[in-house]
Design a protein around this ligand. Sequence first.
Ligand code: BGC
Length: 361
Amino acid sequence: MSATGTVTRSPFGRTRRGEPVERWELRLPSGASAHVLTRGAALHRVVVPDAAGTLGDVVVALPDVASYEAAEGYPGAVVGRVANRIGDGRFSVDGVEHRVPVNDGPNALHGGAEGFDQRVWAAQEVTGGEGPAVRLVLVSPDGDMGFPGELTAQVTYTLAEGDGEVRLRVDYRATTTAPTPVNLTNHAYLNLDGPGTVEEHVLRLAASRYVPVDERLIPTGELREVEGTPFDFRSPTRLGERLREPDEQLLRALGYDHCLVLDGAGTGERDVAELTGPRSGRRLRVRTDAPGVQLYTGNFLDGAWRTREGRPVRQGDALCLETQLLPDAVNRPGFTGGGLGEAVLRPGEEFTTATTFAFGA
Ligand code: BGC
C-alpha cells in the first residue's frame, strides 16, 4: 500500500517450463493503472483516461502467458542484455572477440533467442516513492546468450499522477562482474487510441539526426541529419504523412524502424517526444536521459497476435518508442562518447537510465 495508490500481485499462469508468472498491478486513486508481468518484466496494460475521462488501455496487451510466449516481437517486455541489433552477432571488448547467437538473419536482436524478455524476473514492491511501484530483478549468468560476466539487471516501474497527467517512470540499473555491452529498454507497443492504426497519431521528436541502416537493418555508421527526410519529426507530424514515401530507408524497414539521436544527449533527463492520438485526445510525453529512441511502427506485425479483447494486431496497429543507446554501439566507436553514453559496462560501474511516459489529454 502506497500513500497515493495500491500495489496488488496476482498469479498470471505459468511458462511452458512451469515457472509461475505474476501480474503486479499499480493503481492510482483515479483508477489509472499499470500492470507488469514478471515474465519479461513486461508492461502488460497501461490504463489511462482519454480526453472525456474514460479509462482505456494504451499498450497492446495479450491475454495469457502462452500468448506472450508465442508472440514474436517482444510485446511489452524489457529487452536485453543488449537491446536492438548487434551486426553478425559479434563484438570485441578489450581486444577479446565474443560471438553471440544470431536470431534475426545475420544479427543478434534484443539479447538473442532467449533474451531478458523470456525470463521470469523476481519482483518486490517498492515503497516511499512518488506512487505505487514494483522492482524486478534478473541475474543473467556469465556466458548467458554468449555475453561475458554475470549481469544483475533491475527495472523499477513507478506510477504517479498530478498536473493532469499519469506518469509511468521506468528506472533501469545494471552491474556486472566482467566488461559486457548492456542496452536495456522497454518494448511496449503503444496505441493511444486503443484499437486501429497509429498512422493518424501525431509525433514530435526532438531529434536532429538519425541512424540509417543497411539491408540487414544494421547501422551504416553514419549519423544523418533528419532535415529534408521523412525522419524529421522536429515539428509535430502525422505518422502516416510520409510513411509511404519512396524513401530507401523506409522501404528497407517497411516503415519506421530506426533509431533517432535525441538532441541534448548527455545532459540528463529531458523531454524528447510527444505523441497524440486524435480519436482519444490522449497525449503522451516521453522524458528520458537516453541518447536515442528506436521508432518502430509495428512493420512486422502480421495479425498473429490476438489482444485481450480478441483483436488481431496488424502492421501499423501500434508503435514502439524504445529509448536506448544507439544500435550496434559496441561495434561503432562513433556511436559512443560525447554524450552518447558507453556501450560497455565494467565491474564497479553502474548502468543507469530512466524513461518517463507521461499520459495526459
Ligand atoms: C526492431 C524491429 C523488430 C521489432 C520486434 C524492434 O525494436 O527494431 O526491427 O522487428 O523490434 O522484434
